[in-house]
Ligand binder design. Structure first.
Ligand SMILES: Cc1ncc(COP(=O)(O)O)c(C=O)c1O
Length: 360
């Protein structure tokens, strides 16, 4: 006879992605959480007003929170989430950040520093000793791993020890890895940030951000900042992001397999001087042997690969990153960041190689 008091085993992450955050299973209940379009609620409950909460956000937050191992708050965009976290830093305190973090994050840090709000220390993520030394006296340590678009990987446990010894919060932007490949809270981070615009939503049709923490006090502070500053997502955006999140595991599995195969083939191609790939995930950065002009040509000569910024959608996109003035000069001029989608890998390769071959 089965023991009805035995603990119910927790579902594995791919099951959580599909199953969590759904309405209770009962006759005629909808399978999916509805898009709750309302700016206000009948008084007397916990929500009261649309800036304070929305059932469609809650469902999304439930799923991403469980996948990352903490409590999630959704935001209007990735940068809204970044800004709300950086706002935790007190007046004049120091923030250590990876020099090659997403350039919007670096621009926020520069803006805060220029206004005398914080002191920013930008470090080379590949030099763990440098990062550890910089942690002394810091209030917050900001890692992005892998970085966009240099694809550098941080030694999170070592940096966590240094950050916590200094009394600093450790934040990891997990946009590139997603909780499928890396769970920073389990590695000791205090906060995880996402541009949910990318893999979490996964279909290039929505902008959204998220912060996850397993520290209830931090969650309360950040929720208070979101209530007050109002960087909230729309309910329809939350619905789309949740719908995307349901298939995160299969999308990541396929996109990563495609990326690994393309890396193997790109390494053999004479037009490609360097292939940067951390060994996991679905972003590849290549440096073209013939320079920036060849990189620009490549991005205009394909039929399938779309020349576009952003990443993490089901479709493959690419761009020369230095076409953006804000990208630092330490990123090679001829670097093309490739976001590998879930198409047939042979179609992706044939399209790419046809364009690469014309570069000579
Ligand atoms: C790693 C990373 N973090 C944050 C962001 C900002 O997110 P959003 O564009 O959703 O504001 C991006 C956007 O490209 C990103 O790549």
């Amino acid at each position: 006879m089965s023991d009805t008091n035995a603990p119910v085993p927790a579902f594995r992450p791919a099951t959580v992605a599909v199953n969590a955050g759904r309405p209770p299973v009962e006759p005629d209940a909808p399978m999916n959480v509805p898009v709750t379009l309302t700016s206000t609620y009948v008084a007397g409950g916990e929500l009261e007003y649309g800036r304070f909460g929305n059932p469609t956000w809650t469902a999304f937050e439930e799923v991403l929170g469980q996948l990352e191992g903490g409590r999630c708050l959704s935001f209007a965009s990735g940068l809204a989430a970044v800004g709300t976290v950086l706002d935790l830093v007190g007046q004049g305190q120091a923030v250590v950040a990876a020099r090659h973090s997403y350039n919007g994050t670096v621009m926020q840090l520069a803006d805060l520093e220029a206004r005398g709000r914080i002191a920013a220390k930008l470090v080379d993520l590949t030099d763990t000793d440098e990062v550890v030394r910089a942690c002394e006296g810091a209030a917050l340590v900001w890692l992005e791993s892998p970085t966009n678009p240099a694809l550098e990987v941080a030694d999170i446990p070592t940096i966590r020890d240094a950050a916590h010894a200094a009394g600093a919060y450790l934040v990891v932007d997990n946009t590139f890895a997603t909780p499928v490949l890396q769970r920073p809270l389990e590695l000791g981070a205090d906060l995880v940030v996402h541009s949910a615009t990318k893999y979490i939503a996964g279909h290039s049709d929505v902008l959204m951000g998220a912060v996850v923490t397993n520290d209830d006090e931090l969650h309360g502070v950040l929720k208070g900042r979101r209530d007050l500053l109002g960087a909230i997502p729309g309910p329809f955006e939350a619905f789309l992001a949740l719908r995307g999140l349901r298939t995160l595991h299969v999308r990541m599995e396929r996109a990563q397999a495609n990326a690994q195969e393309l890396v193997r083939r790109l390494r053999e191609h004479p037009a490609v001087e360097e292939v940067r790939y951390p060994g996991f995930g679905a972003i590849i950065s290549i440096v073209l042997a013939q320079g920036a002009l060849a990189a620009d040509l490549l991005t205009h000569k394909t039929r399938l690969w779309v020349h576009a910024t952003s990443l993490g959608g089901v479709e493959s996109t690419f761009e020369r990153r230095r076409r953006w003035k804000s990208e630092p000069a330490t990123i090679p001029d001829a670097l093309v960041r490739m976001s590998v989608g879930i198409e047939d890998v042979d179609d992706l390769w044939e399209d790419l190689v046809r364009a690469l071959d014309t570069l000579g």
